[in-house]
Design a protein around this ligand. Structure first.
Ligand SMILES: C[S@@+](CC[C@H](N)C(=O)[O-])C[C@H]1O[C@@H](n2cnc3c(N)ncnc32)[C@H](O)[C@@H]1O
Length: 263
């Protein structure tokens, strides 16, 4: 056997070892994720979508005509809602006249909510622009991944609804949600969608601020309750609020958590 052949065999054996090592770790990581979901029950109890909107109750033919909505597919959409989440939020929007959204991104959800509301309905939405990302105020309690995503998603200056007839049903605000002046918006909204920064300190700030902005009987919806590994800030904050007595539900088949303010 030549020296070259010996070196080649050694390199192949080394590569095989590296591959086996990586596969073993990948399998272990997937097992851990499954284990978490199976063994540790998430604290917020689950409910079906009809818990929060009777439009989604089953009728004699299955889904009811009153659940009919305008929709833009989730397919090809960026950082947005899945189909069932879209159906739930659009149906809630049908029964709302004043909506507040934290985190506009592409404006897909903003457009969908506006186009499903009655013609006198209005959506106010706030987002961070690329320049304002400098004002982003992460705190020690925030996971760096959550903060990185928030800044990375802050890149839209115009939106899916721009130039459409929906535009005059929408007020677009730019700014950091921690700087938003909520005075003057007390109990002003009947639906609030919290989907801005997913970092713990922001979810906490945004939730407490939106509680005072929500009208009695109004509904608050949070996106991305996905467990402690995927979106830690949302998971930790919502679990804490639930432990403090907010009577929330995690909607089955979605990453939505919902809460209705007492009427
Ligand atoms: C997950 S995306 C929102 C997706 C959108 N709601 C949808 O359904 O298509 C998060 C958005 O929150 C915005 N954002 C992040 N941090 C923010 C902050 N501190 N204040 C306001 N908006 C923020 C980002 O610019 C981004 O547009």
């Amino acid at each position: 056997m030549t020296t070259l052949e010996i070196v080649l065999i050694a390199v192949c054996m080394l590569l095989a070892l590296v591959l086996a090592f990586s596969l073993k770790h990948l399998a272990h990581y997937r097992l851990r994720l499954r284990h978490d979901a199976l063994v540790f029950k998430w604290p917020i109890p689950q409910a079906n979508p009809e818990y929060i909107t009777s439009r989604l109750e089953e009728g004699p033919y299955g889904a009811k005509l009153e659940a009919e909505i305008n929709i833009i597919p989730a397919y090809q959409s960026y950082a947005s809602l899945n189909e069932l989440e879209t159906v739930v939020l659009a149906n809630l929007a049908k029964d709302s006249s004043r909506v507040f959204e934290l985190g506009t991104a592409s404006g897909r959800t903003t457009y969908i909510m506006a186009s499903n509301m009655k013609s006198d309905g209005h959506v106010t939405t706030i987002t961070l622009s690329r320049e304002q990302a400098l004002a982003y105020a992460a705190e020690g309690s925030d996971a760096s991944t959550d903060s990185e995503h928030a800044i990375e998603e802050s890149r839209f200056e115009t939106f899916l609804y721009s130039g459409t007839p929906m535009e005059n049903r929408i007020t677009q605000l730019f700014g950091d949600s921690k700087q938003f002046d909520a005075s003057g918006h007390e109990e002003a909204f009947d639906l609030i969608f919290v989907d801005g920064s997913h970092a713990y300190s922001y979810v906490k700030h945004d939730s407490l601020m939106c509680r005072s902005m929500l009208a009695p009987g109004g509904v608050m919806v949070w996106h991305d309750y996905r467990g402690k590994r995927e979106v830690p800030g949302v998971y930790q904050c919502l679990n804490e609020l639930h432990a403090e007595g907010w009577d929330m539900r995690h909607i089955r088949g979605t990453s939505f958590v919902v809460w209705r303010k007492e009427a």
